[in-house]
Ligand binder design. Sequence first.
Ligand SMILES: [Mg+2]
Length: 234
Amino acid sequence: MTYEILIGIDRDNTINFDEEAYFGSKANWKEDLRFCPGALDGLRKLSEQPNIALAVLTSQVGIAKGVLTPERVEEVNHTMDQLLRQEGVNIDSWQYCPFVNRSGAERWEKRDIQGLNYDFVLEDGDARSNLKKPGDGLLRLAAQEFGIDYDSISKFVVGDRSSDALCGYNAGGVGILINNPGVGRGPSSFDKTGKIESMLDKPENEGKLYIVSNLVEAAEIILGSLEKSTKFYR
Ligand SMILES: [Mg+2]
């Protein structure tokens, strides 16, 4: 079976609760690891489809801020992967972005935040800034890992921030924004500028952007599109 759909799923506040931001930065992070309402059921629906490639795409800007290390992020991903497998969810690829742009680093400096890791501060024009959502660099890395032809596969990106939905949209695929009423979001905010809602109103964006309440609803949209393509091509 070859893959027909490539799905990027955001991690924090999409799969797991991250109420205080920089999940994994606290020593006792394992005690705080809880899945968002609907996350396991939604992921299971997607994971059981053999023609879907499932990749977690997570921005871990806490590495650049110096509150997380790459090793810790990988440990969190690994732990989450094991727990998800116990629940019948197989994630095929884990991708994270450790970088902050120069402008973001300057905002931290102005707030006198100490301990920045300048190895992960990107200068203007650095191509790696496409790894930062809404860029689609992480999705491209996942496609490479699977040996998928990026341009011809159907792509979806799902997450709790407008940058997640825009990542899927910018990739030439579909962006699904989750506004989960059961998730206390802390400092992250839902469609802060109203950008996704205003884009939804435009007829040319029909079928390219959605706002849903949880991962189950996101999975239903994705599986609905798979049914349609099956009808036509088999
Ligand atoms: Mg998130």
